[in-house]
Design a protein. Structure first.
Length: 137
């Protein structure tokens, strides 16, 4: 038994919050919580809910030019490798794949993962992310 009950939130940083919000709206039809984006002490921020898991995107200035890592992540010692979102149907998976390929965010190569299909994409800030569809048993 795990002590963890669920993922609470995923946080990532961007250098252009408006472009990142447009990406998630246009590809995934994802809208931020009402009243967002808003200014905070660490920068402009947007909050989203994905099936009860919160995604936070913080606009932060570019940090070290050699790594292009936003300053807020450097200060906190945090790096985001990737996160994966799941979809409920093959049709939704195919629609998202078409949108990602059209934007140049993915080449459309699917990776089999057991009985699931996995599609890698890159968001506007260079984060490697994935979409997965796993048919119900």
């Amino acid at each position: 038994m795990s002590l963890i009950s669920q993922i609470h939130h995923i946080a990532t940083a961007t250098n252009d919050l408006d472009a990142t919000m447009a990406f998630y709206r246009e590809v995934f039809e994802l809208e931020p919580y009402p009243g967002f984006p808003k200014e905070t002490p660490v920068g402009r921020i947007a909050f989203y809910s994905i099936s009860g898991v919160e995604m936070q995107i913080v606009e932060a200035p570019v940090g070290d030019a050699s790594t292009d890592t936003p300053a807020i992540l450097l200060q906190q010692g945090v790096r985001l490798d990737h996160f994966t979102v799941s979809v409920d149907s093959q049709e939704t998976f195919d629609l998202i794949m078409e949108r990602l390929v059209a934007r140049g965010a993915s080449d459309g190569t699917m990776t089999p993962f057991g009985d699931a299909s996995l599609l890698a994409y890159t968001d506007p800030d260079g984060h490697r992310m994935e979409v997965i569809y796993q048919p119900a048993d």
